[in-house]
Design a protein around this ligand. Structure first.
Ligand code: 5AD
Ligand code: SF4
Length: 441
């Protein structure tokens, strides 16, 4: 009864957390399986960021619950943000056996040891001010052996008014830089060639403030970059209010720090940004973009945008479209506003833009971004990029794909090339989503 199957929903942080959970369980003698049919225990790592993310998981839980008609011994555990937000209602209403929040993963083996003793559902959801799972070396799940995530901090204290994360992931805390660097070194030694440093707001990473061994985010990036020039370094996510000139200078200094920044805009209207509690204006955001463009030659820039936040009118929406054109984003994640229980926005503002109108605005945003991405990609035709090979194309076994420093996906012929190799690829064609090219010497 010790076969565990882990299913992960949501962000990159959740993927990394699932690997921490896998590591904790493996150390306790559990076996990880990659087939649900072999599992005795299913753990679902969940996301609460939008209502539809939660609905998908609720549907999945009921599918798993009905599997128990044939396999009565199957235990179902819910981890992550939904565990933290929904607490024991998951046990009472959805028949779940185990509910564990993002800071309690070390409790899972102990909680599992009670399963089968007829004690009903068990729950551990206390948030911590110190837990960073610092010393746990993650057990890779579905890894390509080339790219890896490294969480460098946990939690968020920005309290953007629409966002549930500060409530589900708790206080912001940074992980000891020594364990981050040693994890990256170990990954490199195992053949990994790219690490993405993860946090809700990486620019406020700070280890041992005021002490001799204080390390801020720019310093951390340089320490990881210095491990080996063949190890690429990426990071996500940056909050526009915190991105520093020191970080931009560090990015420009090291060839192996990828020239790509994900800088969530959310809205182009100062009035909406204020209601969102984003702590910057559109003008300040554009200043940061200009600093990026001045400091780093050819830096890829992507963003997040929310359509139809409370009280958003057509003028606000138009300002968002304007700023998208001004920046010329290479790519974007775009969402309809989804009210989350107990957030500041849910308490203070009315969710007064109709779903139909949110969808219409979102479609305009998506169409504009498709055009911007296509323009950005067309500019790359004729250029040659260094590409790290990450895998086979989904459409053709004759093609491989990788990304350039600017985070763009490029497809090219397989020949006798291998995953984890660097190749130079000359771009000869594109769509709005992908570049196509040929390897050159
Ligand atoms: N509704 C819609 N989108 C949201 N995001 C965060 N909270 C919400 C919400 N309530 C988006 C933001 C954030 C990204 C991770 O998810 O754009 O940057
Ligand atoms: Fe949510 Fe804002 Fe924190 Fe991002 S920075 S996790 S949007 S509260």
């Amino acid at each position: 009864m010790r076969n565990i199957y882990i299913e992960t929903y949501g962000c990159q942080m959740n993927m990394a957390d699932s690997e921490i959970v896998a590591s904790i369980l493996k150390q306790e003698g559990y076996d990880l399986v990659d087939d649900l049919n072999k599992a005795d225990i299913v753990l679902i790592n969940t996301c609460s960021i939008r209502e539809n993310a939660e609905q998908r998981v609720i549907k999945r839980i009921s599918e798993l619950d009905s599997l128990r008609k044939k396999r009565q011994w199957l235990k179902i555990g819910v981890l992550g943000c939904m565990a933290e937000r929904m607490q024991d209602s998951l046990i009472k209403t959805h028949n779940v056996d185990l509910v564990v929040g993002p800071d309690s993963y070390r409790d899972i083996p102990w909680l599992l040891s009670f399963q089968g003793e007829g004690c009903g559902g068990l729950i551990s959801t206390e948030l911590s001010e110190t837990e960073t799972y610092s010393e746990i070396y993650p057990e890779k799940i579905n890894s390509n052996g080339v790219t890896a995530f490294i969480p460098i901090m946990r939690g968020c204290e920005n309290f953007c008014s629409y966002c549930v994360v500060p409530y589900t992931r708790g206080r912001e805390r940074s992980r000891d830089f020594k364990t981050i660097v040693s994890e990256a070194e170990k990954l490199f030694a195992q053949g990994y060639r790219e690490v993405t440093l993860l946090g809700q707001n990486v620019n406020s990473y700070l280890w041992n403030q005021g002490e001799k061994d204080e390390v801020n985010f720019a310093k951390l990036i340089s320490l990881v970059a210095e491990i080996n020039p063949l190890l690429r370094v990426r990071f996500s996510t940056s909050h526009p209010k915190d991105i520093s000139q020191e970080l931009l200078d560090t990015m420009a200094t090291y060839d192996n720090v990828c020239k790509f920044i994900h800088l969530p805009l959310q809205s182009g209207s100062d009035r909406i940004l204020h209601l969102m509690n984003r702590k910057y204006t559109a003008g300040e955001y554009l200043d940061k973009i200009n600093k990026i463009k001045e400091t780093i030659k050819d830096c890829g820039i992507s963003t997040d945008i929310i359509s139809g936040f409370c009280t958003e009118n057509l003028e606000d929406h138009g300002l968002t479209l304007n700023i998208m054109r001004q920046v010329g984003y290479d790519s974007a994640f775009m969402f309809k506003y989804s009210e989350r229980p107990n957030t500041l926005a849910a308490k203070k503002y009315e969710d007064d833009v109709s779903d139909e109108e949110k969808t219409r605005r979102l479609e305009e945003i998506i169409n504009l971004q498709r055009e911007l991405s296509f323009q950005s990609n067309k500019k790359d035709i004729g250029k040659t990029f260094e590409v790290l090979i990450e895998g086979e194309s989904k459409r053709s076994t004759e093609k491989l794909f990788g990304r350039n420093s600017q985070n763009k996906v490029i497809l090219f012929d397989k020949k006798d090339l291998r995953l984890g190799q660097y190749v130079n690829v000359k771009v000869n064609d594109c769509t709005s989503a992908t570049l196509f090219g040929e390897t050159v010497s």
